[in-house]
Design a protein around this ligand. Structure first.
Ligand code: SAH
Length: 407
């Protein structure tokens, strides 16, 4: 059809007038999304239009009706929308395959061991609510947002296509699911339930059982610290508090520690540490105890003490209490440290900032009348990428200090 200049394109006009617009939100001025963040909180919504359903993909607009991109939606969560793209985007197989593939390439380019790493980490990889860990040929998947939980099948399809795993275990027992209104579940979602199997890292051997509901699992974010702490272990007496599967203990013993004592409150964890020590061919003593009691009552001293507790706070409100907890273990550890002794301490709570955490060390030094000097500092491994504009993506920090001579 030949169109004469100046004639309106009726087809386009018709489509614009009658096409159902994607439902969405108008975001209030000054919301965090205008400062580089990807989340919209309930308090930042000016208006909801088009009646979106929980789990839908929605449009975000500013107060002047300018598009801000597309987001996943859950009105029952405090974080109502999480942006996945600044452009138009569908949540289809192509999208998941592309984003997961980008995440894998990023880790490849950093040279992180592909048989023991986090392949996808939620917002940091543009996939809010998807976490994928790889242990040898097996994957563990978590879906912590409603929208991603609804699209598990597509995610599994993309993972199978890209990584050809033997199994995928859905390990949805994270507390993060609750605010999204999701139930806990653990099941094999692809392949058959794997038997416990063995992985090795820097000469240490760990048994992995991804389908076991009791186990805490092997933490991948802390792994580079094993080698760096172990570098100080030769000939030393080591205390590994909050040992979990014994990662620090094994590395220190392999590096020539005179003795290693590993402590954890969970019997499952101390049993795993003993089992992993046997598999590795090293000797480690274990104690099942509450670290606070153990540190208070135990009267032996050590040359190297490692403190890697779970997060003492999950929100801003309890940060003060958490800091008291950190100070307490620092103080106890300082009193158990031999001259020249080394203290390696970690904090995995986003809310306790690096500065606050350091402050808890400082307070302990004052009370113990001891001087610590920094010899190393630590962060989460880069398969848990930190995004400059998403402060929540930074959570793990640690310091290695050595006791300075008494002056
Ligand atoms: N260092 C470990 C990770 C520690 S995770 C690693 O390299 O893998 C935190 C551990 O602290 C868990 O194993 C948990 O069982 C243990 N834990 C939690 N509360 C504790 C307490 N009060 N006393 C001792 N251990 C505790």
């Amino acid at each position: 059809m030949i169109k004469r200049k100046g004639m309106p394109n009726l087809d386009l006009v018709f489509r614009l007038l009658f096409a159902p617009a994607m439902p969405g939100l108008i975001v209030k001025p000054r919301a965090r999304i205008f400062h580089g963040h990807e989340w919209v909180y309930a308090s930042e919504i000016q208006k909801t239009f088009g009646d979106p359903n929980p789990g839908d993909l929605i449009t975000l607009k500013d107060f002047k009706d300018r598009p801000l991109g597309v987001a996943i939606y859950n009105p029952h969560s405090q974080i109502v929308a999480r942006r996945i793209s600044r452009r138009k985007q569908k949540l289809d197989l192509d999208f998941f395959t592309r984003r997961i593939s980008q995440a894998i390439s990023h880790r490849d380019s950093l040279g992180i061991d592909p048989s023991l790493r986090r392949q996808v980490w939620s917002e940091s990889d543009g996939l809010p609510g998807i976490i994928v860990d790889q242990y040898a040929k097996h994957l563990v998947l978590q879906t912590t947002t409603l929208a991603m939980d609804q699209r598990k099948d597509l995610i599994v399809e993309a993972l199978v296509h890209l990584l050809s795993p033997e199994s995928i275990t859905l390990r949805n027992d994270s507390a993060m699911r609750r605010p999204e209104g999701l139930e806990e579940e653990i099941r094999t979602i692809y392949g058959t339930r794997p038997e416990p199997f063995i992985v090795s890292h820097d000469g240490a051997t760990f048994e992995i059982d991804p389908a076991d509901g009791q186990k805490t699992g092997l933490y991948l974010d802390i792994m580079p610290a094993y080698r760096r702490i172990a570098a100080h272990a030769a000939g030393r007496e080591v205390l590994d508090v909050f040992c979990n599967q014994g990662g620090f203990s094994l590395a220190c013993k392999l590096a020539g520690a005179r003795s290693v004592m590993a402590v954890d409150i969970s019997e499952e964890a101390t049993r795993a540490t003993t089992r992993n020590a046997k598999l590795t061919g090293v000797e480690i003593s274990t104690v099942t105890a509450n670290a606070f009691d153990f540190l208070r009552k135990h009267d032996q001293t050590y040359d190297l003490i490692i403190l890697d507790p779970p997060s003492f706070t999950r929100n801003k409100k309890t940060v003060k209490d958490a800091m008291r907890g950190y100070k307490e273990i620092h103080l106890r550890a300082l009193r158990m440290l031999n001259p020249d002794g080394i203290l390696a301490t970690f904090c995995c709570s986003h809310h306790a900032t690096r500065e606050l955490f350091l402050e808890s060390v400082q307070h302990a030094c004052v009370d113990a009348k001891r001087t610590l000097r920094l010899i190393d500092s630590h962060s989460q491994r880069l398969d848990h990428p930190i995004i400059a504009t998403l402060p929540e993506t930074e959570y793990l920090k640690g310091f290695t200090f050595q006791l300075a001579p008494n002056r």
